[in-house]
Write a protein that binds this ligand. Sequence first.
Ligand SMILES: [Zn+2]
Length: 170
Amino acid sequence: MKEQLEKYNCTDFSKKNIFFKYKNWMRVVMRRAESVGEIELPIAALIIDQRGRCIGRGTNKRQINKDPLGHAELIALRQAAFLRQDWRFNDCIMLVNLEPCQMCAGALIQARMGIVIFAAKDKKRGGFGGSIDLSKHKSAHHKMKVYGGLLEAESQKLLKLWFKKLRTGK
Ligand SMILES: [Zn+2]
């Protein structure tokens, strides 16, 4: 168990401590999400390894790439897998500003992601409790830690503003 904890360079897995430790990384995620532009939903994801290095990053590219799989989480996963030449991420952390959808939640389970931290909840499509919690589903062979709500208000504000612009065309 001690080894498991040291892997993340962390000894306290309470939500409070995890949020304190990764708040600045989530700020980076927010800034990247803000820079996505007008066509894409402002979502960004980062993968941090056990040494605290960012090894994968992605922003939503569904419209730009005309790709139904172009979600920020999947793009970050592909980049990190290429860099590490490995598909397993037990010792890594994913940060994303919106709760991953069911597709991305499934992919994160497949990738054996150690910890997932997200900002805003997605009550309609969220795959980690918003609509269904795949991390707790009996089919999930891998138990990951999921923490939602870090910089939640900021992320909600960003997403609301984007939808408002979309509706009003401004
Ligand atoms: Zn997704």
